[in-house]
Design a protein around this ligand. Structure first.
Ligand code: SF4
Length: 481
């Protein structure tokens, strides 16, 4: 078995209620490696053409990265892959946290989920074994409550839980997978796929670590990283989180504002990483083995927008989609909307962008108070933003329409089609092709629709000509290799 791998893929047949362990050859791992490539392999192998994304024939894979579980920063990653209810094409979504490393500690490189259970279940994976357990009592509950419930039931506080939320159970198309109640595989509706299978959660716990070829070298590398963090390019990321870039994005004209009418937001200062650090930031959080600690934990104890630190804090994407996209410069309201998305299990990008689209329609008189349940859905109205996000999570009133995503909501209402900012029905993340020009092509041809995680979206590599020269990237590449 190659170093770094467990050598085992867990297959779960929810229809039959059975689990099976596959032990692929080394050549298989060398070819497909991990993450997205492994997920795509199983999707193409097991999901027939024309399959309904929310039908039992769709296959949901959860695949760890190649180096996930090794003790250095940035490695604990998991990719969820399935046919997407958002795009109708291959869906792919990534996240970090502790769940991915714990999956490997539990003895598996990935999990492939087939079929559909007759009634709600959760999957319990521990030290090379797996079983399906009843989850009827967990259905409909908020993510933190489900996580607490499973830990209590299995009597282990160190269990990590990846789950869909109540929004996905109700059929919101952009349902996310949530772990730690604050990390999300947000994009392409992977939570909605999990919910359609009557699978509420996958709980993992283990005591082994992947074998490393040269543990001393890894240790030395991790130490070098820790020693040089303060003077490195990522020091600011640790101090201010991904929201570090809000101000520079706005300054460059790359912070999508009022449903992409502009790239400069006059309220950028009020929603910046700096402002968060000075006001509502309670502490910094991290992922397995990472010293950078870019994750935010915020707390607000007062009405009208209390924020529970259990649900983390907003990232750059969330600050943009719930903030500048909607013309909202109230950081506390944005943090509340972020909490609602994590509680209900929704993608903050699609959710915020869809509300921004609806605000644009409202401002232009294309929809009225009659459509919006009496809510003044105007740009800058923070209360309306929070109310509408909760309605989407509950799938009630106008939230039922917006829970389809902006493109399908426009189709259903017969208005605002030309105001939708999406590719393959997938709302654009907060990186503008007008400023990061390569994104125009990337968004257009990416099989996942508008996605910034599967493709290079930052032009920062231009700052490092010496590193690019080493990789021979300063010269035009041959058309064919
Ligand atoms: S704490 Fe931030 S930098 Fe570190 S692994 Fe997690 S997401 Fe990446």
């Amino acid at each position: 078995m190659p170093y770094g791998y467990c050598g085992k893929i867990l297959h779960v047949d929810l229809t039959a209620g059975k689990v099976e362990i596959e032990e692929p050859e080394e050549t298989f791992y060398r070819k497909y490696m991990g993450g997205s490539a492994l997920g795509a392999y199983y999707l193409l192998k097991h999901t027939p053409p024309g399959a309904d994304p929310l039908g039992p024939e769709n296959t949901l894979s959860l695949m760890a990265g190649v180096v996930t579980g090794a003790p250095f920063p940035g490695q604990s990653r998991v990719t969820a892959t399935a046919k997407s209810p958002v795009t109708g094409l291959v869906g792919d979504s990534q996240s970090g946290g502790f769940w991915p490393a714990e999956l490997k500690a539990a003895g598996f490189d990935g999990i492939v989920i087939h079929g559909r259970a007759e009634r709600p279940v959760y999957l319990w994976v521990h030290d090379g074994e797996a079983e399906l357990r009843d989850a009827v009592h967990l259905w409909g509950k908020f993510t933190a409550d489900v996580e607490d419930g499973i830990r209590e039931e299995l009597n282990d506080r160190r269990i990590h839980v990846l789950q869909c939320g109540p929004a996905a159970e109700k059929g919101v198309s952009f349902g996310a997978l949530i772990s730690n109640a604050n990390r999300a595989n947000g994009r392409t509706g992977m939570g909605t796929v999990m919910a359609s299978k009557n699978l509420r959660a996958v709980a993992v716990r283990g005591h082994s670590r992947p074998q490393l070829a040269d543990p001393e070298a890894v240790k030395a590398l991790a130490k070098w990283g820790a020693d040089h963090l303060g003077e490195s390019d990522v020091a600011g990321l640790g101090l201010l989180g991904t929201a570090e870039i809000v101000l520079s994005q706005s300054k460059q004209g790359g912070l999508p504002t009022r449903n992409w009418a502009s790239g400069t937001f006059e309220g950028a200062e009020a929603i910046s990483g700096q402002r968060m650090a000075e006001t509502i930031l309670k502490e910094r959080d991290t992922c397995f083995g990472c010293i950078i600690r870019c994750k935010r934990v915020v707390e607000v104890t007062k009405d009208p927008f209390p924020v529970d630190p259990r649900y983390g804090g907003p990232e750059y994407e969330t600050i943009s989609t719930m903030g500048s996209y909607c013309g909202v410069s109230d950081l506390v309201a944005i943090a509340r909307a972020n909490q609602l998305c994590n509680m209900y299990g929704m993608d903050t990008i699609s959710c915020g962008a869809t509300v921004a689209w609806a605000m644009d329609c409202f401002e232009r008189g294309l929809i009225t108070l009659e459509d919006t349940d009496g809510i003044e859905l105007r740009f800058g109205n923070s209360e309306a933003l929070v109310q509408m996000v909760e309605r989407i999570g509950k799938r009630e009133g106008f939230g039922r329409v917006l829970g389809k995503g902006s493109a399908r909501a426009a189709e259903a209402l017969g208005v605002g089609q030309d105001l939708v900012v999406a590719v393959k029905n997938h709302e654009l993340p907060a990186h503008m092709p007008q400023v990061k020009r390569s994104l125009a092509l990337i968004y257009a041809v990416n099989p996942f629709g508008a996605d910034h995680e599967s493709s290079e979206h930052d032009p920062c590599y231009e700052w490092y000509p010496d590193r690019m020269a080493e990789l021979d990237l300063l010269n035009p590449q041959p058309a064919k290799v």
